[in-house]
Design a protein around this ligand. Structure first.
Ligand SMILES: [Fe+2]
Ligand SMILES: [Fe+2]
Length: 192
């Protein structure tokens, strides 16, 4: 592992508890494997996977304060479900905490809750890895795991995103406007 990885790991251990660390290492390993399968930079994927939940344990008031400080848009859905902000807040805070991280790694961290308007392969990989890391047990997770390497990365992400959306609908939760925008874009691209 690289020196940057060692430093990131040590810093994260100061922030997350045992379950958070287990999940983060699970996402790191899964992201690295997906990167190998889909021809994306493995070390960037591993690092983005490790750090994606950097701000997961922040309280709602800390997330709102950080969003305000970093100019992150806060919608009604973020106000109702503040934890969604932990992704963009993590990216903003990591920029200061670990200045030698690539923009690509930060973008993947930022996009892991509701996606982004345009998503790189690294963004897609971190999102999917978060959904299918070995500790995840949600309905449909095995189907997603089995699809790795048998479908394109875009299709794999589409399957994972559809599964998250289905879960939001089934459990009658709010859907973030950015999620709706991204879903509509994916559908229109797929039907071109
Ligand atoms: Fe997260
Ligand atoms: Fe996560």
């Amino acid at each position: 592992m690289t020196e940057l990885w060692e430093r990131a790991l040590a810093a994260l251990q100061q922030r997350l508890g045992a379950e958070g660390m287990r999940h983060s290492l699970g996402v790191a390993g899964t992201a690295a494997r997906l990167a190998e399968v889909y021809g994306v930079d493995v070390e960037s994927a591993r690092l983005a996977g490790l750090l994606h939940d950097w701000s997961k344990d922040a309280s709602a008031s800390e997330l709102f304060a950080a969003a305000d400080a970093h100019g992150i848009a806060v919608t009604d859905v973020d106000r109702a479900v503040p934890y969604l902000l932990h992704a963009p807040v993590a990216a903003a805070e990591l920029r200061t905490a670990m200045p030698d991280l690539d923009d690509a790694v930060l973008a993947a961290v930022a996009a892991h809750t509701y996606g982004a308007e345009s998503m790189s392969s690294l963004d897609l990989i971190v999102y999917v890895a978060d959904t299918i890391e070995p500790g995840r047990v949600h309905a449909g997770v095995e189907t997603l795991r089995d699809a790795v390497g048998t479908v394109s990365l875009d299709e794999l992400f589409m399957l994972a995103y559809a599964s998250s959306l289905r879960h939001l609908v089934d459990s009658r939760r709010r859907i973030h406007p950015a999620t709706v925008t991204l879903w509509n874009r994916l559908v229109s691209e797929g039907s071109r």
